[in-house]
Ligand binder design. Structure first.
Ligand code: NAG
Ligand code: NAG
Length: 280
């Protein structure tokens, strides 16, 4: 018997995750209808997060779900509002909502001690709890779940790439490093990485180190030599990766900055959204 009503097969490229409508599809959402902060208990700790729902939310449309992790010494409110991009801050939700144009639900979690120490895996469990709460209440395509962040938020996205490669479709890691651990880390996941060669906080070598785990897991051919930035950033798409598991690497001349520009344009948002939205 066909259970094709609940099974929403969007794409089945080389055995990659099939999209499925979440439990929240078809019913009126009750919890996350505004950008008011929500809280949830994880490991006995009260954790805060904000959910941003598209203006014209339709309970029957399976949305993309994007987790947006703030940098160290910021918090979810700054991630929701956007920081000062001329002083090391990031755009709201890393600049993605205007590009998503109503096709994605965004989640901005709040870190303990303003970061993502992920002690004993507690921030990965926080992710699990938010994922469950949001997908039970809202209509999500569970094959199109993403994670992004800058610096410590990139580290957290890396920890999830390691621990939750079967839940996330792709990650975008801006100036990241292995600061939040890597439990598992043996499975492939589509990976976008961006780093500056003048990064004075998290050396570019750390960005290369975490990238290379997924160059390997995804079966991509390592580069013969590291690409160097020009006046503008330089984008490299790895060759030979398993179907559905690309790795893209963007190198630039700048320092530790989520809002690095080519000319007048902050390039992380479009790069990230182009990378995420290639998956249907
Ligand atoms: C944004 O979405 C609206 C509604 O679906 C659509 O009419 C519009 O063309 C989209 N804009 C862009 C720039 O894709
Ligand atoms: C990054 O580390 C390399 C190797 O240790 C070093 O040569 C380079 O100067 C460092 N870059 C920065 C911006 O600190």
């Amino acid at each position: 018997m066909l259970k094709s009503i609940s099974l929403f097969v969007l794409a089945l490229v080389g055995g990659v995750l099939a999209g499925e409508k979440s439990a929240g599809c078809g019913k009126a959402p009750s919890k996350f209808t505004t950008t008011k902060a929500s809280s949830i208990s994880v490991n006995g700790k009260n954790r805060q997060f904000t959910v941003r729902v598209p203006e014209r939310y339709n309970k029957d449309t399976p949305y993309r779900l994007v987790f947006s992790w703030h940098q160290l010494n910021a918090n979810m409110d700054e991630n929701v509002r956007g920081g000062d991009t001329n002083r090391g801050g990031a755009l709201a939700y890393y600049g993605l909502p205007p590009l998503a144009n109503g096709t994605a639900i965004f989640v901005s979690p709040d870190g303990l001690n303003k970061g993502w120490g992920n002690s004993g895996g507690e921030d990965v469990l926080f992710f699990d709890a938010m994922f469950k709460a949001v997908t039970e209440d809202m209509c999500v395509d569970t094959g199109l779940v993403f994670s992004t962040g800058f610096s410590y938020g990139g580290a957290m996205s890396y920890a999830l790439a390691c621990a939750r490669a079967e839940v996330l479709r792709a990650v975008a890691i801006i100036s990241g490093a292995p600061l939040s651990g890597c439990s598992g880390g043996t499975k492939p996941i589509a990976y976008y990485g961006q780093h500056g060669t003048s990064d004075s906080v998290l050396n570019v070598s750390m960005g290369r180190q975490i990238r290379d785990k997924f160059v390997k897991n995804n079966g991509c051919t390592p580069l013969a030599s590291e690409p160097q930035p020009g006046q503008n950033s330089v984008k490299t798409d790895y060759k030979g990766c398993k179907d559905g598991y690309p790795v893209e690497w963007v190198i630039h001349k700048g320092d530790h900055n989520p809002s690095q520009k080519d000319g007048n344009t902050i390039f992380a948002p479009k790069n990230t959204w182009d990378f995420f939205s290639q998956f249907k």
